[in-house]
Design a protein around this ligand. Structure first.
Ligand code: ZN
Length: 301
């Protein structure tokens, strides 16, 4: 073979290997059991909770692809042996909601009204046709209690933070909360200012989560953890908000703010990666804090 032919073959092999790697990452899910009836599924996307109840299986969040939704259904059936009767979306982001179209049309799908609003604004094409039947069809503003036979779920929209429509789920009998992306464990969070997210309000929002009676915490990203880790994350968010406010008060530029040494509560925090770095970094959170404090962003209505 000539050199250019070797080059073409090499490029094809590398591309195929990368595609294979991506497919394996999408396909592979890991399950952790939290209580007798509650599990978390980790994969490429937000963490998924699976609750076994007398009235079927409850799923919280559906990852990023319809294919992943099918994989979640397979895993959940293997864990509980019961059909899925309730799906909850903690918020509108792709990695928590785009598995929805895999579920049976007619499935009860609960989210906040703001989450449905953002899905319709940003994802109308994705949720067109048959997939439109898997948009949230049971929405609320502030809180909602759902009884599923022997289990109680308390859904709360505690306020602005990651977006303006996040909900957290308290699994009452399991004393466990799924926080959605209001909590990233040991990872820098996305702060979706365009969707009404707020660094300034996020700390007080977490006070309302901390009022709930739970021991165990399923974060939107990162491994299952506990209440003190949420308190640490709250300290990080409050420090970030005060850096943003101080920058605005003193007229510091974005570049000056990014050089701050005042953000110290992020010890051991990592960037969020989904095969590649997706830009949730120390720099991005400082930038969001500065933008919010200086009103230097565009709110999507
Ligand atoms: Zn998110």
């Amino acid at each position: 073979m000539r050199i250019w032919q070797w080059l073409v073959v090499s490029v094809v092999v590398i591309v195929l290997a990368f595609c294979g790697y991506v497919f394996l990452q999408i396909r592979s899910l890991t399950v952790e059991q939290i209580t007798n009836d509650l599990y978390v599924i980790y994969g490429l996307g937000g963490n998924v909770a699976v609750l076994d109840t007398d009235e079927g299986t409850v799923i919280v969040d559906t990852m990023a692809l319809q294919y992943q939704g099918h994989r979640i259904i397979e895993e959940a059936m293997a864990l509980t042996g019961k059909p899925i009767t309730l799906v909850i979306n903690t918020h509108y982001h792709v990695d928590h909601s785009h598995g929805n179209p895999a579920f049976k049309p007619g499935t009860r799908i609960v989210a906040t009204k703001r989450t449905l609003h953002h899905l319709l604004q940003t994802d109308a094409d994705y949720f067109s046709g048959e997939a439109g039947k898997l948009l949230p069809n049971d929405t609320f503003d502030h809180d909602k209690e759902i009884t599923m036979g022997n289990k109680t779920l308390r859904l709360v929209h505690p306020g602005r933070g990651h977006t303006d429509g996040d909900l957290v789920v308290l699994f009452v009998e399991e004393k466990t909360v799924h926080s959605g992306d209001l909590f990233f464990y040991l990872h820098y969070p996305k702060i979706d200012l365009e969707a009404g997210g707020s660094v300034a309000e996020w700390g007080d929002t977490l006070d309302k989560v901390l009022e709930l009676p739970f021991h165990t915490l399923i974060p939107g990203h990162g491994v299952v953890t506990n209440r003190p880790k949420l308190e640490q994350f709250q300290a990080f968010i409050r420090q970030l908000a005060s850096i943003g406010k101080q920058a605005a008060d003193e007229g510091l530029s974005l570049e000056e703010t990014l050089r701050t040494d005042k953000l110290t509560e992020d010890k051991d925090y990592k960037d969020v990666t989904m095969i590649v770095d997706i830009g949730f970094t120390r720099q991005s959170v400082l930038q969001s804090a500065w933008q919010e404090a200086n009103d230097a962003f565009e709110l999507r209505h």
